[in-house]
Design a protein around this ligand. Structure first.
Ligand code: HEM
Length: 546
């Protein structure tokens, strides 16, 4: 085909790396794909080209190969594959997560980083209004972990990631763009004081309405204290959704449950191996599959909710007259986007639909935080010694203060040269982050075992960085498309977990041996727990406000 003739070359290891998967699609569809692909990689090597339906799919399962994709050839792999389902869901990539790499993606991401996810904003969003943003950030970035942050480091859950989706769009070896916004922890954090789009005008930094991370976590803890059994599966996504929407649209969203339900559908559709996506050239398969129709329905339902949120905002902004809405006290992310739309100051104009996609991205992108929290709680329940140690440390740090203190928490060869093999343009690339985080070569001992002590100072693995520098642990991805919500996600996860461990001991009702807790995984675009997590809270440190 045309695409094949234009094939660039990627350095790959020797071996039988091209496998037709059509005959054994059950490997992928019937089991968890990341686990199935890890097993295939053990037999066939860390770089395999699978043919999943008609789609050439390069599966990458070693840190060297992951580095090739996400660092050496980051530009070539800087787009994500847009299957028919994803195209329907995102109006052809009008959002940030699935926007094709280029100027438009760069500018949208920059707006999100600067106006919502940067350290400065994160502090505003999460704070009780007390700490200085820059100091707060610097301490988080370079400072040695404080005593309070130490227990949280113990709780790093290895291999959070599922499959990182990338697509080979451009040629390999293209020059990088020095003006890239890589994430809130990088250059963007330092540059994040200017208005995106080059306007140079500083956006108002007013105090936000209501509470941020601290307040939402406190509300969850009060709810836990009032119940004999606490349903983590319901509570954690609610916590994350409320915190994120407060930051994005200024308040809790009254349509939160509808958005969560639609998000659930999107995640299943986006991560599923839909026939329409695997045989894109077949109209019959496309029609029979129904996935595109379901994706369009999801997209429409989300748009209806966001329509009403946007209308309310516009009304408030009109009434306030100063363009800020809410009586001049608040400027949330949606207002920033609406103003950019109205005054056209973003070099690449955004329309109202784009704005809705971006807001939903923020809502959807943060979902991972609740997945991580639920896994962390489940692992701690199964490993009472780790739980005991973590809870003891959190209580030592915070019990005398009566609550988690945000400021204290914040203070914390290429063997591929042998063969050069053509990789067709348009190939889907799956970096199996899940497999990397469980690889015996990088995590000796029992790599599947939850052992937070791995990350303690005297262990060889303590220096492994989860911010995209060490490719055996890439929960937030790496390179240009790395997660821009990392500081926000980490702050939320750490704060919520510290609160849960500070105030309560936890038990599983009716389960005598915690080691028997069900840990089955479910497949979706993120690696989630299959079954819920109903836990009994036993109050240890009074919850403030009760
Ligand atoms: C613990 C929490 C989180 C984890 C583990 C996580 C993980 C990830 C991963 C693995 C990627 C793909 C990176 C790649 O392709 O290299 C990603 C992308 C993204 N995440 Fe997160 N994330 C988290 C929290 C958040 C939050 C809180 C937000 C927003 C509020 C967010 C917004 C996004 C966005 C917009 C992208 C797409 C970036 C782009 O394509 O340019 N994430 N995240």
């Amino acid at each position: 085909t045309k695409r094949r003739r234009a094939a660039p070359a990627l350095r790959l290891p020797p071996g039988p790396w091209e496998l037709p998967v059509i005959g054994s699609l059950h490997h992928i569809a019937g089991r968890l794909p990341h686990r199935a692909m890890r097993d295939l990689a053990r037999r066939h090597g860390p770089v395999m080209l699978l043919r999943v339906g008609e789609v050439p799919t390069l599966v990458v399962s070693s840190r060297e190969a992951a580095r090739e994709v996400m660092k050496t050839h980051d530009v070539a792999f800087a787009s994500r594959p847009l299957s028919a389902t994803l195209r329907a869901m995102t109006d052809g990539g009008r959002d940030i997560i699935f926007a094709p790499y280029g100027d438009r993606w760069r500018r949208l991401r920059k707006v999100a980083v600067v106006e919502l996810l940067s350290a400065r904003r994160q502090t505003v969003v999460g704070s009780r209004g007390s700490c200085e943003p820059d100091k707060h950030w610097r301490r988080r970035q370079v400072g040695p972990a404080t005593a309070a942050a130490a227990p949280m480091r113990l709780l790093k859950v290895r291999g959070w990631g599922g499959l990182n989706l990338r697509a080979l769009e451009g040629g390999l070896g293209a020059a990088g763009d020095p003006a890239e916004v890589t994430g809130a922890g990088g250059r963007a954090g330092r540059r994040g004081r200017r208005r995106p789009g080059g306007g140079g005008r500083r956006l108002g930094r007013r105090r936000r309405r209501g509470r941020g991370i601290h307040g939402e976590v406190a509300a969850m803890l009060r709810a836990a204290a009032a119940r004999p059994a606490f349903d983590m599966r319901a509570a954690l996504p609610t916590l994350v959704a409320d915190t994120t929407m407060r930051a994005a649209v200024g308040d809790r969203c009254k349509h939160r449950d509808v958005l969560l339900r639609e998000l659930e559908r999107c995640i299943l559709l986006a991560g599923g191996f839909n026939p329409a996506d695997l045989w894109p050239s077949s109209r019959i398969v496309g029609r029979l599959s129904g996935a595109v129709g379901r994706a369009t329905a999801c997209c429409d339902a989300v748009r209806r909710v966001l329509d009403s949120i946007v209308d309310e905002h516009l009304e408030r902004m009109d009434m306030a007259g100063d363009g800020n809405g809410g009586g001049g006290e608040v400027e949330d992310f949606l207002q920033v986007l609406l103003k950019l739309h109205k005054d056209g100051s973003l070099e690449i104009p955004i329309n109202m639909d784009d704005i809705k996609h971006i807001i939903f991205d923020i809502f959807a992108g943060s979902e991972t935080s609740s997945v991580v929290l639920e896994w962390a709680m489940a692992e701690l329940i199964r490993n009472p010694r780790s739980m005991e140690r973590a809870a003891a440390e959190v209580r030592r740090a915070f019990a005398s203060r009566g609550a988690v203190d945000e400021d204290a928490l914040a203070a914390g060869e290429l063997r591929y040269l042998r063969h050069v093999v053509p990789v067709p343009r348009g190939t889907t690339v799956l970096v199996n982050a899940w497999a990397l985080g469980r690889d015996e070569r990088y995590w000796p001992g029992d790599p599947e075992e939850f052992r937070p002590e791995r990350f303690e100072d005297d262990d060889a693995m303590a220096a492994v960085d989860l911010r995209g520098a060490d490719f055996e642990l890439v929960p937030f991805g790496a390179g240009r498309r790395m997660c821009p919500g990392m500081p926000f996600g980490l702050a939320l996860v750490e704060h919520a977990l510290a609160g849960l461990l500070l105030h309560f001991d936890w038990e599983v009702p009716g389960l005598a041996d915690p080691a028997k807790l069900d840990m089955t995984e479910e497949f979706g675009i993120t690696a989630r727990r299959k079954n819920g997590l109903l836990l009994r809270p036993i109050l240890r440190v009074p919850v403030p406000g009760l």
